[in-house]
Design a binder for this molecule. Structure first.
Ligand SMILES: [Zn+2]
Length: 304
């Protein structure tokens, strides 16, 4: 699988390129948001769809209009602020109902200030570039929110995108699968080398066995390419099996005492398990490990 965006190679950020457009396929553009997150613009024959709206530090709509004038549907993979704060740029946004509250929870000065400061730390260039005052003033509350659920489909003309719930990273995380393109867009539910879930930042935890079962469900699909929101993109289908293995090993070997992070991470107090077999890491809240153990105890050692 050829890597289109490599996490290690970052561009120098300026006011003009906070969001940068990359053509991945004839039907697919990636909007790379401050070297951190990937939004996906999917072009069908009759409609276009934007998956996630990003940090919303700038108005990147011209980057969309330059390549398509088709009617645009906007869908969020989940409710975390780095995926939804660009919603103010659009009138109508689809999201899973389970993440609606989480989505609006980031829309206040305190959270936005925290988000900006955490980004300054990672990307000091942006401190000079971002219009902090305008960012504080914008709101995502006025969008018309529509809820999506398992089995819903967006027909773009020649490309359909089917909603697959991927609870785990947050309760309302979803993926979009296109059978025509054998591609799945996964938000933060799958990332090439680490999985972050069940941290404090999620408002309501999803049971870990639901995540495992959701991975098994998409594993049955005909997939050639996985498009995550962070890290190297794209990933191959083996990422699903690897993440399941990470999960199985974590359920056996995870130890909150050993895995506890010395300092609190941005995700709140979490533990971090590194799997020697897959070399992937899983950030988790100890309660989630207890849940999977309880579930397995009731189901003769099975995880789903
Ligand atoms: Zn997230």
């Amino acid at each position: 699988m050829e890597c289109i965006i490599n996490e290690e190679k970052h561009r120098k950020l300026t006011k003009e390129n906070l969001v940068s457009r990359i053509k991945a396929e004839d039907w697919l553009y990636i909007l790379d948001d401050i070297n951190s997150e990937r939004l996906y613009l999917i072009l069908g024959k009759e409609k276009a769809l934007l998956f996630d709206t990003g940090y919303g530090f700038c108005d990147y709509r011209p980057l969309i209009h330059e390549v398509t004038d088709l009617p645009l549907t906007v869908v969020c993979s989940h409710g975390h602020d780095d995926h939804v704060l660009g919603n103010y740029l659009f009138d109508k946004v689809y999201i899973a109902e389970e993440d609606y509250e989480l989505c609006l929870a980031g829309d206040n000065e305190e959270s936005k200030d925290r988000l900006i400061r955490s980004r300054y730390k990672k990307t000091p260039d942006i401190e000079e570039i971002i219009d902090r005052k305008a960012y504080m003033a914008m709101t995502i509350k006025n969008c018309d929110y529509k809820f999506v659920k398992a089995g819903d489909r967006f027909d773009l003309g020649g490309i359909t995108l089917q909603v697959y719930p991927l609870p785990g990273h947050t309760k309302g995380s979803i993926g979009l699968y296109s059978p025509e393109k054998k591609a799945v867009f996964v938000g933060d539910a799958l990332t090439s080398n680490h999985v972050v879930m069940y941290g404090k930042s999620g408002n309501a935890p999803a049971a870990p066995y639901l995540y495992y079962a959701a991975l098994s469900a998409i594993q049955k699909l005909d997939i050639e390419c996985i498009w995550p929101a962070h890290g190297d993109v794209p990933a191959g289908k083996e990422l699903i099996a690897e993440t399941k293995r990470l999960f199985e090993n974590w359920a056996k070997e995870g130890d909150p005492e050993k895995d506890r992070e010395k300092k609190g991470s941005v995700f709140g107090k979490t533990c971090r398990y590194t799997d020697p077999e897959t070399n992937m890491t899983l950030a988790y809240n100890p309660r989630r490990l207890e849940e999977i153990h309880e579930f397995m105890l009731e189901h003769e050692g099975r995880m789903e």
